[in-house]
Design a protein around this ligand. Structure first.
Ligand SMILES: [Fe+2]
Length: 440
């Protein structure tokens, strides 16, 4: 992880801390109290739990060890809002987070306020050592990760309601106006983007992984050499229109496209489409954070599992990229795109016929996390940090796949070309999509 040494960085760090904490609460502005407490499946945590846990992180890893006179108001929160850090004690079971009605939402907001004041005082004090800066920096990035989790989890909670409530009305209402309806209809033409262009990369030995002083997670290091055969990457993401063609070609009914475990999952859960697609009166719709809307064929497909991404790639006669291929290709691509700060809250369509210029890779950052075919594993020479912080990433390096590039739910200041997200192959509730690759 990067370090911040200069004491004059304290004010800047304090400002970023405040802004990050405020943005979390801004994301909660559309919520009613009832929205904060539901856990709709084991992977989902109630928003109230996230709000407390982000705060717990600062209390446990910054205030308790480093603030000399810090007295926790609620000692029991250490157990209640610990996610998975065994070195801190036995965490409260993840699957039961939705069973709790206390502390109340109001009490959790008060807990946030108290810890915010503690962090602000610590950063202004002479106890603000480089290690404190590092921990606060880590806590900021941790909070940004949970901001995306809040949106993912809220979307799942709200999607379980047959009334299809919107997290925040916007696109759904806009679609109801005649002008917007015309615009939407114009986007319903098949394959609005045309076929993707494949951008070639030479065979070579490349270096991947984090370097430099800027912040990164430990799983992005060490930087190391890796050999890549010549390959090509699609210039754009797979769209709903592309994916609908797979579906209409019997994609979900033909085992030939699927990994064995993927096919078993399709059969077990009767998957027939991406997670939030709904057939209404014979027309495909999609549940979004703005409510249920007609499926927009030009937008990137979202909420597909690794199994579906892989099956789509096989059906297309292509494959998924490796994480090294993705990272090498992303170098020199500006970190620009559709992020949570844009508040679009769904992946954005490219303008029709947009083939790009130069390397021409589009939508590399933002919109949707891109599944890679790489198992989430340690880089050669990787060592987790000592102590509880070492549990942040390293212990999850088993039975998960890497996703790259960030999504419409990710902060612009949170993503990097070396950033490694990871989920099990069957997971669909995160904002995951597809970019095709091929051998050159
Ligand atoms: Fe966490």
């Amino acid at each position: 992880m990067g370090t911040i040494h200069a004491p004059d960085q304290a004010a800047k760090l304090a400002a970023r801390f405040r802004a990050t904490r405020a943005f979390t609460e801004k994301l909660c502005e559309p919520l009613e109290t009832e929205d904060y407490v539901v856990q709709s499946m084991p992977d989902v945590s109630p928003t109230r739990w996230h709000l407390a846990h982000m705060t717990w992180f600062f209390e446990t890893f910054v205030l308790r060890p480093f603030a000399a006179n810090y007295k926790p108001e609620h000692d029991e929160f250490e157990f209640l809002f610990n996610s998975y850090y065994n070195a801190v004690g036995k965490p409260f079971p993840r699957t039961k987070r939705g069973f709790l009605t206390r502390p109340t939402v109001r009490q959790v907001y008060a807990y946030r306020k108290a810890v915010d004041a503690g962090i602000a005082a610590l950063l202004e004090s002479d106890q603000a050592t480089p290690e404190v800066f590092e921990r606060v920096e880590l806590g900021i990035h941790h909070e940004q990760q949970h901001q995306e989790l809040v949106l993912m989890d809220l979307k799942h909670v709200l999607s379980e309601n047959p009334l299809n409530p919107a997290y925040r009305a916007g696109a759904a209402r806009a679609e109801a106006t005649p002008a917007a309806a015309t615009r939407a209809a114009a986007q319903k033409s098949p394959a609005p983007q045309g076929a993707p262009r494949f951008v070639p990369f030479d065979a070579d030995t490349y270096e991947i992984g984090h370097e430099g002083d800027a912040f990164s997670y430990d799983n992005e290091s060490p930087r190391h050499k890796t050999y890549l055969r010549a390959y090509a990457l699609a210039h754009r993401l797979v769209t709903n229109g592309d994916y609908l063609a797979f579906l209409n070609d019997g994609g979900y009914e033909n085992a030939v496209h699927w990994l064995s475990e993927g096919w078993a999952t399709v059969e077990e859960h009767a998957w027939r489409a991406p997670l939030y697609w709904r057939l209404v009166d014979g027309a495909w719709h999609e549940y979004t954070l703005a409510g249920l809307v007609p499926l927009d064929l030009a937008r990137p497909v979202c909420h597909v599992s690794y199994f579906e991404a892989d099956a789509f790639a096989r059906w297309s006669g292509r494959r998924l990229p490796t994480e090294a291929e993705w990272e090498v290709a992303s170098r020199g691509v500006a970190i620009d795109g559709n992020f949570v700060e844009d508040e679009e809250l769904q992946p954005r369509a490219l303008p029709a016929g947009s083939a790009g210029t130069g390397s021409g890779l589009q939508q590399m950052f933002g919109d949707v996390w891109e599944w890679t075919q790489s198992s989430y594993a340690a880089y050669p020479g990787y060592k987790p940090a000592p102590g509880a912080i070492g549990e942040y990433n390293g212990k999850f390096m088993c039975n998960q796949y890497v996703l790259r590039g960030g999504s419409f739910g990710t902060s612009r200041t949170h993503i990097r070309s070396t950033y490694r997200n990871f989920f099990p192959a069957h997971s669909r509730w995160m904002f995951g999509g597809i970019r095709l690759a091929d051998d050159a």
